[in-house]
Ligand binder design. Structure first.
Ligand code: PLP
Length: 417
């Protein structure tokens, strides 16, 4: 840690002062030999584990063959195979195309570029509590000031934020009503004629694992279709079995025009994608999309292995089993500071509030996380108010480890009374 402090930029923080030596199957082994239970998956990345045998084999084979040629110079099969897999797996049976990038933020930026090229319009709508990344355009799209935006402006123009659906806090359980509220704001303040894209996380991630009320997403998607606006689902965190569906949009049968994926896509290697309707994806001129590393062959090999693992090992079903187990554990905790238990699949959370009320309690979330860390359980916090404990175990974790972790969490919560 002393070397980190003197060598690494202070802006790059760490949740825990623990240096990893090995990881897989829901355990991180640190350099002192301590074993920690991993309820974070490196922020929803290592869905298939952190050293999945299929991923390790595919990466090893690819790295020995070649590490890079640049797909824009001399293409290779892995990139095309990942595009085919995404076209097949993402919601909707329309004709699709895919472009690959490196990070979630880069893919979100490209989705906006593509939507603008297709619609020849400028404006982009995003929502309260949204998180879309840390580049300049995506910081404009991200809602929360600290730690993300503070001191880093000015931000990209033509990004407009409207109210979303947060059933626990806005008391609106009817998604159609919440959508009508947002659409009224969009029509009055921006206008469909100026609007290129509406970008939304089907379950909001960093903003607090907020599931919109049923009906909210379908109503927004229908309005976009009727108004010539590209409906973009940012499934960077929710994609690839995480929510108990291959994609969170599947739950309500929403077929986004464009879907952005990253995090869980490639077993820990950096890769991201924009997949969508062929006519929209083909709007940019040839050479208009790309990047030196986008769709790197090693990352593509890892993605194909991760996707094979998700499909062949039944990890969508496994995510649903994890939801049942974890929600039962959370439901058994009697504590009136638990304001809300929510999420889907292996993307679950509790929102902590003042006793019996709804006032956010970020200190409690911090204290419980810290106590869990001290007991060897890696748990992350999130939320606009910083008062949400979120659980993102790898889907390859065992029930025994989950039980162990939630024993620790329950005790940590109890100890703060
Ligand atoms: C993490 C995340 C991003 C940004 O991805 P990076 O790879 O960190 O750039 C964008 N959108 C959502 C929903 C995310 O969770």
């Amino acid at each position: 840690m002393a070397r980190k402090v003197s060598a690494v930029a202070g802006g790059v923080g760490t949740t825990m002062p623990v240096f990893a030596a090995a990881a897989d199957g829901g355990i991180i082994v640190d350099v002192d030999g301590n074993q920690l239970i991993d309820l974070g998956s490196g922020i929803a990345v290592t869905t298939v584990g952190a050293a999945n045998p299929r991923v390790v084999a595919a990466v090893t084979e690819q790295v020995a063959a070649f590490t890079h040629t640049c797909f824009m110079v001399t293409p290779y099969d892995g990139y095309v195979a990942v595009a085919e897999a995404l076209n097949r797996l993402t919601p909707g049976d329309h004709d699709k195309r895919t472009a690959l990038f490196n990070s979630g933020a880069e893919a979100v930026e490209n989705a906006v570029k593509i939507a603008r090229a297709y619609t020849k319009k400028d404006a982009v709508v995003v929502f309260d509590h949204a998180y879309h990344g840390r580049t300049n355009l995506t910081l404009a799209m991200t809602a929360k000031n600290k730690p993300y935006k503070h001191t880093f402006g000015p931000f990209a123009p033509e990004v407009y934020r409207v109210g979303g659906s947060y059933p626990y806090r806005d008391n609106e359980r009817d998604g159609a009503v919440a959508a009508a509220r947002a659409l009224d704001q969009i029509e009055k303040q921006i206008g469909a004629d100026n609007l290129a894209a509406l970008v939304i996380e089907p379950v909001q991630g960093e903003g607090g694992f907020i599931e919109p009320a049923p009906g909210f997403l379908p109503a927004l998607a229908a309005w976009c279709r009727d108004n010539g606006v590209v409906f973009v689902a940012d499934e960077v965190q929710t994609g690839f079995a995480r929510t108990g569906d291959m994609f969170a949009s599947d739950r309500e049968g929403v077929a986004p025009d464009l879907i952005v994926t990253a995090k869980g896509i490639a077993g820990g290697l950096p890769l991201s994608a924009v997949t969508g309707r062929a006519e929209i994806m083909s709007a940019p001129h040839e050479g208009g999309l790309g990047g030196t590393y986008g769709g790197n062959p090693i990352a593509c090999a890892a993605a194909l292995a991760a996707i094979e693992t998700i499909e062949q090992d039944g990890l969508v079903e496994r995510a649903r089993e994890i939801e049942t187990l974890v929600k039962a554990r959370l439901g058994n905790i009697e504590d009136d500071r638990i304001g809300d238990i929510r999420g889907r699949g292996a993307m679950l959370a509790v929102e902590l509030v003042n006793s019996g009320g709804t006032e956010p309690d970020p200190q409690l979330a911090k204290d419980v996380a810290k106590a869990a860390h001290a007991q060897g359980v890696i748990v992350l916090t999130c939320g606009t108010y910083g008062n949400v404990l979120r659980f993102l175990p790898p889907l390859t974790i065992s029930d025994a480890l989950l039980d162990d972790a939630f024993d620790v969490l329950a005790a940590a919560l109890e100890a703060t009374r």
